[in-house]
Ligand binder design. Structure first.
Ligand SMILES: [Zn+2]
Length: 155
């Protein structure tokens, strides 16, 4: 981890950069986060996806995520509900990595699981609870269901 108080780019002041990846090393990327991780409120959401995938989320802009060795295109992805985003996984070791919000946030952002940060100490994260299961419509608890496109309802 590198902490930078001042850098060549004013935008990167008060940020931290982290090497991240899956368990087996097939997927690797780096994330620059502002505020830095030590001050960042990491989102601990109770929705059905975050519960299953174990996300503890940080939200860098896509420009601040550098995928190494074409790792973004190597990711396996899963879509549910509105299918506007990709849940990203390593196709080899199965590690849960991130959410690609390409059609949700402008500018383009990722939700990166802080669990992918190499050397992360989970006990040092500042976690902020999000009641996603109640607040993020039209979700509800989707675990074990699928969205029927034709009927427009959960099955
Ligand atoms: Zn892997």
């Amino acid at each position: 981890m590198t902490n930078t108080a001042t850098t060549e780019e004013g935008k990167k002041a008060n940020s931290s950069t982290h090497e991240c990846g899956c368990h087996c090393g097939y997927i690797k990327f780096s994330v620059t986060l502002s505020p830095p991780l030590s001050e960042y409120e990491v989102v601990n959401c109770n929705c059905s996806a975050c519960t299953r995938f174990g996300y503890l989320l940080i939200y860098p802009e896509a420009a601040d995520v550098k995928w190494h060795n074409d790792s973004r295109s190597r990711c396996a992805s899963y879509q549910f509900n509105t299918k506007a985003k990709d849940q990203l996984f390593c196709p080899k070791c199965g590690a849960s990595l991130a959410i690609d919000f390409r059609d949700v946030f402008k500018p383009h952002k990722y939700g990166i699981s802080a669990r992918t940060i190499y050397g992360v100490n989970l006990d040092e994260l500042k976690l902020k609870k999000l009641d996603g299961i109640s607040l993020v419509k039209p979700a509800g608890d989707l675990a074990g269901h699928y969205w029927d496109e034709e009927k427009g309802q959960l099955k």
